[in-house]
Design a protein around this ligand. Structure first.
Ligand SMILES: Cc1ncc(COP(=O)(O)O)c(C=O)c1O
Length: 374
């Protein structure tokens, strides 16, 4: 079976991990944590990095650090992995879901502005499936309404937003008050489970470090000034993450070649579309996504691929369809999110996928679609 995703490790991860075991620094102290935090912040061009146990805890921490809580509303896109909505709800605030754009699949700026109320305190912008959200208009709206901005960069680290007025580029994760990253096994770089918050503000960074560590004073151990939690990353996770970060540029370049290979081979099939890229985005390649003309085709195509040794993954469901979010959300408010979600399928995207594997997958897909999409 060609798996949907597979991590790739080198001798470097092994070497760093062994250093943790040999020195006994296996929990949340040790050189790799600070090395990784500083190196990741430097890589992205941000002053502060706070490593966390995963991206979900990073999102929760970022919301808490920005003072979000009961009585507040926080806007997030409907087409996303559910963590942003869940973490808003976990703070006691209300997640307000909005539709996404047909190109780029990020939060739709017009829908975002339409849902702002006096209670709206923040927006979580998700850079989805390797693609930047449209940060120019989004940041203008956020500034106009005094909203905090958290960027969820789990699926698109290093993607760039291109300013249409002058062509200048800016990396996603550097626009908002805080940005959150995932290093889960199916992400562009991984340490099994892991996350990161990057931010501009030194006071916020300090606050996040305190909240990450049981609300403990940074000056006096076991003195707790605020209520906090344990969302720390371990030295072992950071060791693996640092090794992955050291070759991230190379990984991204290899992944883009994979994306181009898929795109070239599938472009001849008019009955399916490849994920569209907006003119204002330099994307990265996370998961290959194809979109069929009709939702009913997705399950039979998936079954066919699985029978032939290829593991597909249906796209995530829109958040408003999940049980906790059905009440109070009208499905008609999310036509783009529903249409993309129900018709789309991800294809294997492990970095080690060979050109022969990709050719075989594309042949299977095209053959089935040509025969079954009448
Ligand atoms: C957009 C987005 N946000 C958050 C997460 C959660 O990341 P983690 O598994 O590191 O908690 C994911 C995971 O797939 C994601 O895709």
């Amino acid at each position: 079976m060609i798996p949907i995703f597979e991590p790739e490790f080198t001798a470097k991860e092994r070497e760093y991990l062994l250093e943790c075991i040999d020195t006994g620094w296996i929990s949340s102290q040790g050189r790799f944590i600070t090395d990784f935090e500083q190196a990741y912040a430097r890589h992205t061009g941000m002053p502060h990095g706070i490593a966390t146990s995963n991206c979900t805890t990073a999102l929760h921490l970022a919301l808490l650090g920005l003072g979000i809580g009961a009585g507040d509303e926080v806007i997030c896109p409907d087409l996303t992995f559910i963590a942003p909505a869940n973490m808003i709800a976990m703070t006691g605030a209300t997640p307000v879901l909005v539709d996404v754009e047909p190109i780029g699949w990020g939060i739709d700026p017009q829908c975002l502005e339409a849902r702002i109320t006096p209670r709206t305190k923040a927006v979580i912008v998700v850079h989805a499936f390797g693609h930047a959200a449209n940060m120019g208009p989004i940041m203008a709206i956020a500034r106009r309404h005094g909203l905090k901005v958290i960027e969820d960069v789990a699926e698109a680290p290093d993607a760039q937003w291109i300013d249409p007025t002058d062509g200048s580029r800016q990396r996603v994760g550097t626009f908002g008050d805080a940005s959150c990253y995932s290093f889960f096994a199916n992400k562009i770089m991984t340490c099994g489970e892991g996350g990161m918050i990057l931010c501009h503000d030194a006071d916020l960074a300090e606050n996040l470090r305190i909240l990450r560590d049981h609300g403990m004073s940074r000056q006096q151990r076991y003195v707790h000034d605020v209520i906090g939690t344990n969302y720390r990353m371990t030295n072992m996770q950071a060791a693996v993450a640092l090794a992955q970060l050291e070759r991230l540029d190379d990984t991204q370049a290899r992944r883009l070649i994979q994306c181009e290979t898929y795109r070239r081979q599938l472009s001849g099939c008019a009955k399916l579309s490849f994920r569209p890229v907006a003119a204002w985005c330099a994307p990265v390649h996370w998961l290959t996504t194809i979109t069929l003309r009709r939702a009913e085709l997705r399950t039979p195509l998936s079954d066919y691929l699985r029978r032939n040794g290829v593991e597909p993954r249906p796209m995530i469901f829109p958040v408003h369809e999940a049980k906790p979010y059905r009440h109070g959300n009208d499905p008609n408010d999310f036509p783009v999110s529903r249409s993309i979600s129900h018709r789309s399928l991800h294809l294997p995207s492990a970095i080690g996928l060979s050109a022969e594997d990709i050719a075989r997958i594309c042949d299977l897909v095209i053959d089935w679609v040509e025969r079954n999409d009448a």
